[in-house]
Write a protein that binds this ligand. Structure first.
Ligand SMILES: Cc1cc2nc3c(=O)[nH]c(=O)nc-3n(C[C@H](O)[C@H](O)[C@H](O)COP(=O)(O)OP(=O)(O)OC[C@H]3O[C@@H](n4cnc5c(N)ncnc54)[C@H](O)[C@@H]3O)c2cc1C
Length: 516
């Protein structure tokens, strides 16, 4: 190994992890990528609408940045937003170099461009119609397989491991693989473990989105922030599995109707169906309350059958599978937990507060999204910061990654009965969901604070324990933020307050050399 070559361990095979691994390999680092499922399973894979970047002639980095800042409701970090928007076009071209084929416009003018809520320009690139994530992930997996990256699938990271002596730093991970525990050492660990939609009863996220990386980083003592900000997607199919009906459908002209068949959002916000997600989600939740919990209807029939089938084949398949024909009739929709703005606090290059640990993509809190994410910025964030983290690793010192003793942090378990995952999800949905109150949050804090995590050594039990750690943090942040801002709405504090125009950050006090 040359002096600048590092042993890098990437955790996760979504866009953040794939970008970091491919880039690190290209720079000559020795890279291992571990992921808990098959390589092609991640939130990234299910992304529909697309990836935003200022790549068209009538668009600029400044416009993209100002839309992102507006959505962030005063909490986005300006430098992080600039990094995202400035690097964006470069990373789009990398994706193309790595084999991604974006859809072309039907008029032959170049790439097709989608318009999504709160974007002032049509700047969203898509692939495979509404299968953008799948197209990106599959292309990058092919590139990864041709690289020198060592791939370990079905390996569940249970915890980070820390050095026992000298500077306290992350020196690898502990894995549950083939039914046993193993420690994998590295100079640098890149967490790219995605979000935690499984905190909630209704979510667009796949089963694996259980906040494992965030919980592990928290246990190890990393600073985390913005955890009260969970974005609820306004329109998931009101049917088992909460399948996402992309924002892009409203971008193409679909409208939302109440139980009487009337549009209701114009009375909530002048941008109506294209208002930011939190406003649309709350508008729908309120309307559902007014109509005894009945879902509202999304009417996409005006878009036309031919466009719906070509542009949204995945949604067409999902609706057809449950006996709906959205080319002819409106379909029932409800809000669902979608994207975690908060996460492990990082700088502009994915560095966390723990030396040796980098975080990218949804598990990270880069400051890009602030209190609310602009649609289609998360795939871009994963690509931009996955790339940037590798730059940082090359530049940073790595004194003790591969030698010396290591240990995993201890776990905190409540004294109460073990909580079932479904009960946790129910509490989070009812009391820590789209609309919150101090009373509901205290109720949730009581239930979750006492709960014991399951102590089986199975992936499912460990995931539920991680969800419990993360849920407690979300409640803590939501209780502390006595205002409403972006995706965090408290009906007992409905106004945005200047005093809270800052991120709320937390770190666990880790006793010196705490053992499990
Ligand atoms: C239905 C849906 C539609 C979306 N549409 C869009 C869109 O159109 N545009 C957009 O920008 N964003 C969209 N998003 C959000 C976006 O997909 C994600 O925010 C983004 O892909 C996150 O990428 P990531 O690499 O950070 O994490 P992920 O893609 O979630 O990858 C996380 C990886 O970590 C692995 N992992 C997790 N825990 C462990 C563990 N303990 N051990 C080992 N491996 C682990 C997982 O298996 C997975 O491979 C959508 C999300 C969903 C769910």
């Amino acid at each position: 190994m040359t002096a600048a070559t590092r042993e890098i361990l990437v955790v996760g095979s979504g866009l953040g992890g794939l970008t970091a691994a491919i880039r690190a390999d290209a720079l000559g680092h020795r890279v291992t990528l571990v992921t808990k499922g098959p390589l092609d399973e991640s939130n990234s894979r299910y992304a529909q609408g697309g990836i935003a970047a200022a790549v068209f002639a009538d668009d600029t980095v400044d416009l993209h940045a100002s839309d992102t800042l507006l959505a962030g409701a005063g909490l986005s970090v300006l430098d992080a937003v600039r990094a995202l928007c400035e690097d964006g076009p470069l990373r789009i071209h990398d994706l193309v170099r790595w084999g991604v084929v974006f859809d072309d416009a039907t008029d032959g003018s170049g790439w097709a461009r989608g318009l999504e809520a709160a974007h002032s320009r049509a700047r969203v690139l898509h692939a495979g119609g509404d299968a953008t994530g799948r197209a990106i992930v599959l292309a990058l997996i092919e590139t990864l397989r041709e690289s020198g990256v060592r791939i370990v699938e079905h390996a569940f990271v249970t915890d980070l491991v820390m050095t026992r002596s000298g500077e306290r730093r992350v020196a690898g991970v502990e894995l549950l693989v083939d039914g046993g525990r193993q420690i994998l050492r590295a100079d640098a660990v890149v967490l790219a473990t995605g979000g935690a939609g499984q905190l909630y009863e209704f979510t667009t996220n796949p089963a694996g989105a259980t906040g494992d990386g965030l919980a592990a980083a928290w246990r190890a003592g990393a600073v985390v922030d913005d955890l009260e900000f969970y974005q609820f997607h306004p329109t998931a199919l009101a049917a088992k599995g909460s399948f996402l009906v992309s924002e892009a459908v409203r971008g193409e002209g679909a409208v939302l109707l109440d139980a009487g068949g009337r549009r209701f959002l114009a009375g909530v916000d002048r941008r109506a169906e294209l208002a930011p997600r939190d406003i649309v989600a709350r508008g729908i939740a309120d309307q559902m309350k007014r109509q005894a919990g009945l879902p509202v209807m999304l009417d996409a029939t005006g878009i036309g059958r031919e466009t719906l089938l070509r542009r949204f084949p995945t949604i067409t398949r999902a609706t057809t599978a449950i006996g709906l024909d959205w080319t002819v009739d409106p379909i029932p929709v409800t809000p669902a937990a979608h994207y975690f703005m908060g996460g492990v606090t990082t700088d502009l290059h994915g560095r966390t507060s723990l030396p040796g640990l980098y975080a990218v993509g949804e598990v990270a809190s880069t400051g890009v999204h602030g209190a609310n994410r602009l649609a289609s910025n998360s795939l871009l964030e994963a690509a931009v910061f996955g790339w940037r983290a590798v730059q940082a690793i090359g530049a940073d010192a790595s004194p003790a990654g591969l030698s010396g003793d290591v240990e995993a942090p201890d776990r905190v378990v409540g004294d109460g009965p073990v909580i079932l995952r479904s009960d946790l999800q129910h509490v989070m949905w009812n009391d820590v969901g789209v609309e919150r109150t101090g009373e509901g949050l205290l109720r949730a804090a009581g239930v979750l604070g006492d709960a014991g995590g399951p102590d089986d050594d199975t992936v499912e039990a460990l995931e539920t324990a991680n969800l419990l750690d993360v849920a407690r943090l979300v409640v803590r942040g939501a209780l502390a933020r006595q205002e409403s801002r972006g995706a965090h709405f408290r009906s007992d504090f409905p106004k945005t307050e200047d005093d809270f125009a800052r991120a709320l950050a937390w770190a666990r006090e880790v006793p010196e050399h705490a053992h499990r």
